[in-house]
Design a binder for this molecule. Structure first.
Ligand SMILES: *[C@@H]1O[C@H](CO)[C@@H](O)[C@H](O)[C@H]1NC(C)=O
Ligand SMILES: *[C@@H]1O[C@H](CO)[C@@H](O)[C@H](O)[C@H]1NC(C)=O
Ligand SMILES: *[C@@H]1O[C@H](CO)[C@@H](O)[C@H](O)[C@H]1NC(C)=O
Ligand SMILES: *[C@@H]1O[C@H](CO)[C@@H](O)[C@H](O)[C@H]1NC(C)=O
Ligand SMILES: *[C@@H]1O[C@H](CO)[C@@H](O)[C@H](O)[C@H]1NC(C)=O
Ligand SMILES: *[C@@H]1O[C@H](CO)[C@@H](O)[C@H](O)[C@H]1NC(C)=O
Ligand SMILES: *[C@@H]1O[C@H](CO)[C@@H](O)[C@H](O)[C@H]1NC(C)=O
Ligand SMILES: *[C@@H]1O[C@H](CO)[C@@H](O)[C@H](O)[C@H]1NC(C)=O
Ligand SMILES: *[C@@H]1O[C@H](CO)[C@@H](O)[C@H](O)[C@H]1NC(C)=O
Ligand SMILES: *[C@@H]1O[C@H](CO)[C@@H](O)[C@H](O)[C@H]1NC(C)=O
Ligand SMILES: *[C@@H]1O[C@H](CO)[C@@H](O)[C@H](O)[C@H]1NC(C)=O
Ligand SMILES: *[C@@H]1O[C@H](CO)[C@@H](O)[C@H](O)[C@H]1NC(C)=O
Length: 491
């Protein structure tokens, strides 16, 4: 009786419950380590059911009694009565299709498959390049960003700013690589930001080691003075910008100076250091040269013939003045009556209008702005009085001008220099010398000019106070309006 009613009831319900069905999402995304909820809704009461993954049984339930397989204990849990599966601490190997099969109290059994995507977070990306030492302007470099993780997207930054593709920089379709055509030395500090729905990570900056140059050279002088006392240490620095850095070998008139490096150091200027300096890159092809011109003088002012000279009335005598000077000195002649003439020679007509006496030749160097003089005595009567050619004395000072004509580079610039000594100072010294009547050993024209210069080089002019010759001189007048120009010219 009882049984009959049940069967009847079942038969009566059958048309309403057309078929038993399970409702669930088709896929779920869960981050590694999290819990996956396979939530299912059966359309009717369930008698029993089970979960499978890749052919293996995870667990089953009968009524309200779940039973989990050993492999999934204690990670998995089946919730009754609806049969939802909870899987904790998922790993990427849990990704895949999970199938639940349920047998309803009434009707046909049904199955439902849910795909689990285990999402992996992004790892810290690394940037690799297909060229380690690209050459500036010439090379194309592809930077590739590599990060593990699920569905990673990429973004590139240079010095923390988002890169927007341009005619030199292109991005791959998935943004994972960056191609830089014609790399520049300024390209640098590329970072990659990799991200997905879970997280985002930034790579360390990647610095392209772009080989470039040599550029320049730039030549600088330290200290930068208008007048360099002989013996003063001067550092010429030739800098050539290049990667890898260039080491230079230095030559003076094609003789190696046995100095290597970016700097040429001239420890003590002497006059024989004028001339052409050349540098050649040891590690690359940088090369160039510049001319170092040491202006000096006037030195060793002499008058030919050296006095004293004797003239008979009606005779004439041509005096010729010379001095060691770079650039060459300008000359002028005077006697006790004042200025006579300018020019290297002076002709004395022994007339009553041009009597005998002391004739002074003044030599003037328009760069060093120094003047030196020599005086001879010319007698018209009979016996000559002793006179002497005055030595020029000390070196007047050295003015350095550089005319650099490097092989490479294309810039021209000028260095303006101020002269710190006025003309007044020189004249003071000259008058003192002239009146002293006997300077240091006179240098005749026959002496080796080099030796003469060298010995005089020891006397420092531009620091009058430490020069015994000029110890009593008043301080030089500073005429800051006087300027000279040293030209640094690169062609
Ligand atoms: C789940 O992840 C996949 C990629 O693994 C993605 O295509 C899908 O949109 C994600 N679904 C949800 C609901 O986030
Ligand atoms: C799964 O359910 C648990 C408990 O309700 C919850 O804490 C967890 O966040 C759920 N997991 C997901 C991926 O939704
Ligand atoms: C399934 O059953 C559990 C335990 O009774 C309950 O917490 C959960 O909300 C149910 N899920 C659905 C989708 O009904
Ligand atoms: C690097 O890759 C880019 C793009 O594929 C290519 O154009 C370039 O020639 C490569 N550079 C080197 C040095 O291989
Ligand atoms: C760079 O390219 C230019 C022009 O093609 C070429 O003259 C030069 O030698 C190249 N430089 C290097 C270092 O390859
Ligand atoms: C880029 O950002 C990082 C972190 O905020 C900072 O330390 C760094 O100085 C920045 N670099 C530049 C070039 O702005
Ligand atoms: C690549 O990056 C650009 C922005 O730079 C973005 O608009 C684009 O959607 C990205 N493409 C992909 C596939 O991520
Ligand atoms: C950069 O490249 C040069 C060669 O072009 C190499 O000598 C130097 O060591 C490199 N520097 C770094 C930091 O890799
Ligand atoms: C230049 O002069 C200095 C002394 O002033 C001397 O020591 C040196 O040998 C000279 N150099 C040359 C190349 O003549
Ligand atoms: C320097 O020049 C020589 C000859 O011109 C050439 O063979 C050599 O490869 C060059 N070296 C560099 C580093 O450019
Ligand atoms: C300085 O004197 C030299 C030779 O005497 C001459 O060539 C040059 O033009 C003069 N320079 C100036 C600025 O007067
Ligand atoms: C010429 O100079 C000498 C030496 O300074 C001096 O003794 C002499 O009197 C001078 N002669 C004349 C005519 O001034």
């Amino acid at each position: 009786m009882f049984l009959t009613i049940t069967v009847l009831a079942a038969c009566l319900l059958l048309p309403e419950v057309e078929s038993f069905a399970i409702t669930a999402e088709g896929s779920i995304n869960v981050t590694v380590g999290d819990t996956a909820n396979f939530t299912v809704k059966p359309s009717a009461a369930v008698k029993n059911g089970n979960w499978d993954f890749k052919g293996k049984n995870i667990g089953l339930w009968i009524g309200s009694s779940p039973s989990i397989s050993n492999e999934y204990t204690p990670r998995a849990e089946i919730l009754t009565p609806n049969g939802s599966l909870v899987l904790k601490s998922v790993t990427s190997s849990d990704s895949g299709d999970y199938t639940v099969t349920m047998v309803p109290e009434v009707g046909e059994q049904a199955s439902k498959t849910i795909t689990l995507h285990v999402l992996e977070p992004v790892s810290k990306p690394t940037v690799t390049a297909n060229a380690t030492n690209p050459v500036e302007f010439n090379d194309t470099v592809a930077l590739t960003c590599i990060a593990s993780g699920t569905a990673v997207s990429y973004q590139w930054l240079e010095e923390n700013s988002t890169i927007t593709p341009n005619d030199r920089i292109a991005l791959s379709d998935d943004n994972s690589s960056l191609t830089i055509s014609g790399v520049l030395r300024s390209d640098g500090g590329f970072t990659c930001y990799a991200f997905n729905t879970i997280n985002g990570m930034t790579s360390d900056p990647y610095h392209l080691n772009v080989s470039y140059g040599p550029d320049g050279p730039k030549i600088s002088i330290n200290p930068d003075l208008s007048i360099y006392p002989a013996g003063r240490e001067v550092t010429f620095t030739c800098s050539v910008d290049s990667n890898p850095p260039a080491a230079m070998e230095w030559f003076h008139h094609e003789t190696s100076l046995q100095q290597k490096g970016r700097e040429l150091i001239i420890a003590s200027i002497s006059l024989n250091q004028s001339g052409t300096y050349t540098f050649i890159g040891i590690t690359n092809n940088a090369s160039g040269s510049f001319d170092l011109k040491i202006n000096y003088g006037p030195e060793a002012v002499t008058v030919e013939p050296p006095g004293p000279s004797h003239l008979e009335l009606g005779q004439s005598l041509t005096l010729r003045c010379s001095a060691q000077s770079v650039p060459s000195a300008a000359y002028r002649w005077s006697n006790g009556n004042g200025l006579l003439d300018s020019g290297q020679t002076y002709n004395i007509e022994s007339t009553k209008e041009s009597p005998g006496g002391n004739y002074t030749c003044e030599a003037y160097n328009n760069i060093t702005r120094h003047t030196k003089s020599a005086t001879i005595e010319v007698t018209i009567e009979e016996k000559a009085i002793k006179s002497e050619t005055l030595s020029a004395g000390a070196i007047a000072g050295i003015v350095i001008a550089i005319l650099a004509v490097p092989v490479i580079g294309g810039t021209a610039w000028f260095v303006k220099k101020k002269l710190s000594r006025g003309k007044g100072g020189s004249q003071q010294n000259n008058s003192k010398l002239a009146s002293s009547g006997s300077g240091p050993a006179a240098s005749s024209n026959g002496t080796n000019p080099e030796n003469t210069k060298t010995s005089e080089t020891d006397v420092v002019y531009s620091q009058p106070n430490i020069n015994p010759l000029y110890a009593a001189s008043p301080p030089a007048l500073i005429d800051s309006n006087k300027t000279a120009y040293a030209e640094l010219k690169f062609t």
